[in-house]
Write a protein that binds this ligand. Structure first.
Ligand code: SIN
Length: 309
C-alpha cells in the first residue's frame, strides 16, 4: 500500500522504499518558498533521508537559492577548480570532464558507496543534486539509510561501533600530474570520525562509515591494519545492505536532496560504456563537526574545515 502524506500546504510526500526515500510533489523549486514549506521539506528529509522532486525547471541560480533556504551553501568542493562561471557553489558532475581529469571514461567522479566529502572534519550536512543531461538508460543513483543500518545491528556490534573512530581521507582520483592531482595533494584532507554519529536534529544514531573515504586508510584507532580492515568490511557491508537502499532513475529536471549525516550513496557504474553524456549539478550545505554517542567530536588531521556562506 502506498502511503501518501498530504500536508496542509498541498505537498505530497510519497515513500519509495521500506527504509529510505520519498518523492515530494506539489512544489515548484523556482518559487520563493515560504517558511512552512521549507519546514515540511526539512521534516520529510529528516524522516526519509533523501527526497526527490521531478520536472523542476531550475538552473544554477535557482538551485543555489533553494539550497540557501536550508543552510549555508559551501563552495562547490574543496578540490573544484572550474565551477560554472558565476556559480562557485555548483559542482558539475559531468562525464565529459572525467576523461581529462580522471584519465578514464566514467559517468560520475566516484562509483563506490560514500557519504560526501567525509575526509573533511565537517562533512556537508546535505547535498542537492539536479539532473540535466542523461543517458537514455543506466546511470541511476542509490542511497542507503545509515540510521536503519545502525539500529538493526546486533547490540554487541552497536556497542563496538559506538566506541571506535575511523580515519577518513581523500583518495586521489585524478590523472597523475594534472592540475587536480596537484590540488588534491596540496590540500590533503584527513579526519577521524566516530563510527557512529548522533544526528544534530533528530538525535538518531547513524553508522558513519563512508566506504569511499575509509577504504584507503583502512584504519580504526587502536586496531592493527588487518583487524581494522576486517571490522571495516563488516561495517561497510551492514551500511549498504540492499534492504536499506532506494534506487533513483534520473530524468532531466529531477532533483535529489539528501541528508549527508544519515546516508551514503552510490553512482551506479553501468553507463560509461554506452557512450552517452551524463551531466548533473550538485550543491552542498555546510556541515557540523560530527559527535559520537558519548559527545566526542571528530578530529581534524589535515586540511581545513569547509565553510559556506
Ligand atoms: C555524488 O556522489 O554526489 C554524485 C552521485 C551521482 O553521480 O549519481
Amino acid at each position: 500500500m502506498t502511503t501518501i502524506t498530504e500536508s496542509a500546504l498541498g505537498l505530497d510526500v510519497v515513500p519509495l522504499a521500506g527504509y529510505i526515500g520519498a518523492k515530494i510533489t506539489g512544489v515548484d523549486l523556482r518559487d520563493d518558498l515560504d517558511d512552512a514549506t521549507v519546514a515540511e521539506i526539512r521534516a520529510a528529509l529528516n524522516k526519509y533521508k533523501v527526497v526527490f522532486f521531478r520536472d523542476q525547471q531550475i538552473g544554477h541560480a535557482e538551485q543555489v537559492a533553494f539550497a540557501r533556504r536550508f543552510g549555508r551553501v559551501t563552495p562547490a568542493h574543496p578540490h573544484e577548480e572550474n565551477p560554472p562561471e558565476g556559480f562557485p557553489e555548483i559542482l558539475p558532475i559531468d562525464s565529459r570532464r572525467y576523461e581529462t581529469n580522471l584519465g578514464r571514461k566514467r559517468t560520475s567522479y566516484d562509483h563506490s558507496w560514500h557519504t560526501d566529502v567525509t575526509a573533511l572534519v565537517n562533512p556537508p550536512a546535505a547535498s542537492i543534486l539536479r539532473a540535466d543531461i542523461l543517458p537514455p538508460y543506466g546511470g541511476d543513483t542509490a542511497w542507503t539509510n545509515l540510521v536503519a543500518a545502525y539500529e538493526n545491528l546486533p547490540q554487541e556490534l552497536r556497542d563496538l561501533a559506538d566506541r571506535i573512530d575511523i580515519r577518513h581521507q581523500f583518495q586521489a582520483r585524478a590523472a597523475e600530474g594534472s592540475q587536480r592531482d596537484r590540488k588534491i595533494r596540496e590540500a590533503n584532507l584527513v579526519a577521524y570520525h566516530p563510527a557512529v554519529r548522533v544526528h544534530p536534529e533528530t538525535g538518531e544514531r547513524a553508522l558513519f562509515v563512508s566506504p569511499g573515504f575509509t577504504r584507503g586508510a583502512r584504519e580504526i584507532r587502536g586496531f592493527s591494519p588487518d583487524q581494522s580492515e576486517r571490522i571495516l568490511k563488516l561495517l561497510w557491508s551492514e551500511a549498504t545492505r540492499t534492504e536499506y537502499t532506494v534506487r533513483f532513475r534520473w530524468k532531466p529536471g529531477s532533483v535529489a536532496f539528501w541528508d549527508n549525516r544519515a546516508t551514503a550513496h552510490l553512482a551506479i557504474a553501468d553507463a560509461a560504456h554506452l557512450g552517452h553524456d551524463r551531466v548533473l549539478y550538485r550543491v552542498t550545505l555546510e556541515g557540523d563537526v560530527p559527535r559520537g554517542v558519548d559527545g566526542r567530536e571528530s578530529e581534524l588531521v589535515s586540511g581545513e574545515p569547509f565553510h559556506g556562506a
